[in-house]
Design a protein around this ligand. Sequence first.
Ligand SMILES: Nc1nc2c(c(=O)[nH]1)N[C@H]1C(S)=C(S)[C@@H](COP(=O)(O)O)O[C@H]1N2
Ligand SMILES: [Mo]
Length: 427
Amino acid sequence: MNQQDAEKNNKAGDEPAVVSRRKFLAAGATVVGATVARAVLPPGSEAADPSGRPQADAPTVPEDPTKVPGTPPGPYGERSTFERATRLASSSHSLTPHQDLDGIITPSSLHFERHHNGVPLIDPARHRLLIHGLVERPLLFTMEDLRRFPSVSRLAFIECSGNSAGEWKAPGGHTAQKTNGLFSTSEWTGVPLKILLREVGAKREAAWMLAEGSDAAAVTRSIPLAEAVEEALLCYAQNGEALRPEQGYPLRLLLPGWEGNTSIKWLRRLKLGTAPFMTREETSHYTDLMPNGTARQFTLVMEAKSLITSPSGGQQVQPGFIEIRGLAWSGRGRVTGVEVSTDGGHFWTPATLQEPVLPKCTTAFRFGWRWAGEETILQSRCTDESGYVQPTRQALLAVRGSNSYYHYNAIQSWKVARDGRVSNVHL
Ligand SMILES: Nc1nc2c(c(=O)[nH]1)N[C@H]1C(S)=C(S)[C@@H](COP(=O)(O)O)O[C@H]1N2
Ligand SMILES: [Mo]
């Protein structure tokens, strides 16, 4: 089936209709409230009576709770006090609750954090960025200087290379947050690195760049310039406002599609050189232990991956129509397709991709499904513009062995039990 056919097939699921209680019962679903429909018609069913004529059991207008004066506007918005989506936090990281979110942008307050020695408090008026090494003119920039350069905004995900690390051995996470919480998406705004390299007069021989953060850990990374230079952004803003302190306020490097650890936060220094800066004093090291005992290093690109966020681990579904929703992303470019399997990987059907579909950014997908109440396994599989297809767990383990920690991107399997409970399993 091609993408268009799949979209047609999914159409019914794209247009949920409010249904009368009678129709709802006829559809064979479970009724939870007396007059409140908790589900939509299954795909292919006729819509509710469009004539608008009152029906015997037509719902009445509920009491309007808004007749009391509301709260006046304040200087900075808050979410509804009824909303509960939260990050799970430890001393070194926090996880985005993907199962509670919609769309591709992670609210800034729910963006995951990963830091090696806490979040520093930095006064932007005193912050400086030094660019030196193999340059004609070493320069020190203030935040004000940086904001004067031509700017770029783009949407991009950041994924920690340790995202899903708990899945190498056994099903580690019970929820989408636990399995994939070290991954988030924002709109980032800043100055292209290329412009600043021109400003300092980067020398021809400069092939590597050391980026250093201003946190207590002074995290540094060696970055190959040839691949980084086109897209690297020095960001001061995220989702329309200044970066959050946790995301590197007032300045961070963003390397779209690469391991999160290369996107140095609280950025204070860039040093250009001919070779990687490799001494322990200079940089932190990330390696992947391979089955033959060797280690691979500078595996910078985050490979294609996808995740069904709803229904996902810890949730419970009802029989009838279910819109399967999820996220797909690839560090190599655009997502070109996502397929969904509702039978543990035997049959795969293309899901509908939600626009926008942007390179090195998260793409949302959805897929209309009718669950009859049997035990089954839900999976999604992503393909990117390089032709790379997200591997099964078995295929990934065959290549990487099970001694790895970073770069786990296997297909996620969610088991739906007969009682509707969803859990993380490994096939
Ligand atoms: N200065 C500094 N930059 C850093 C880190 C850090 O600890 N210090 N952690 C890195 C890691 S491992 C990741 S995955 C990303 C996480 O970015 P986020 O906290 O904005 O989600 O920041 C990277 N940049
Ligand atoms: Mo990371």
